[in-house]
Design a binder for this molecule. Sequence first.
Ligand SMILES: Nc1ncnc2c1ncn2[C@@H]1O[C@H](COP(=O)(O)OP(=O)(O)OP(=O)(O)O)[C@@H](O)[C@H]1O
Length: 223
Amino acid sequence: MTNDIIVAGLVLAGIEIWLGDHRLIALSAEVQPSRVLTVMGPSGSGKSTLLAFIGGFLDPVFKARGDVTIEGVNLTDLAPESRRAGILFQDPLLFPHMSVGANVAFAVPATISRRSERVRIAAHALAEVELDDFAARDPATLSGGQKARVALARVLVSQPRLLLLDEPFSKLDMALRQQMRSLVFTKAQDAGLPVILVTHDEADAQSAGGEIYRMDAVSGQEP
Ligand SMILES: Nc1ncnc2c1ncn2[C@@H]1O[C@H](COP(=O)(O)OP(=O)(O)OP(=O)(O)O)[C@@H](O)[C@H]1O
């Protein structure tokens, strides 16, 4: 894969990530818009490390090579904030000192500077995740499922090019997990985003519906 061929979606070309002399990851993959690549593998196999590389926040203790491109734009040398990767973690990581609405408005790109417009976009995103009347609420008063939906609204307003999901459903109970999976994948599809999902859960992988990359199957081997 060369970088002058423009391929729709997310392309991971010749990614290798090393920790000392141990190669954790050797991967080439393409993820089309609205599709999900699920990454599975045992604890410590490098799943979060792969997301950190794609997002641009890989710890310098790792050595990495390869290119991450999206719609033909090479992200590899861009700062994390310029990559526009929307990330959801296991923990929703809401700012405790801000209202729910302010948490979401915070992620609206700085190019939209009018406060009233930022507030309107945040309110619209909260409605999209069925939290219409929650803008004034203190995050501490929300249930786990509600916090997860605020985190999703915050990612959606940030105008991401792709979504990176690091076990975002694993702290939710079965019923909520199913709802949240469906909400996240529907929103990603609506926005035409390629998604990388890291999970330990086969049901998450099945519900994502895309290709499954098993980290333990290639780690340490030649690609
Ligand atoms: N900053 C760091 N310095 C040194 N080693 C690290 C660092 N971060 C991660 N590692 C090591 O890199 C390897 C991969 O870690 P990573 O967190 O990517 O695994 P994972 O597959 O996401 O695991 P889990 O499923 O438990 O979250 C592990 O052996 C881990 O100990």
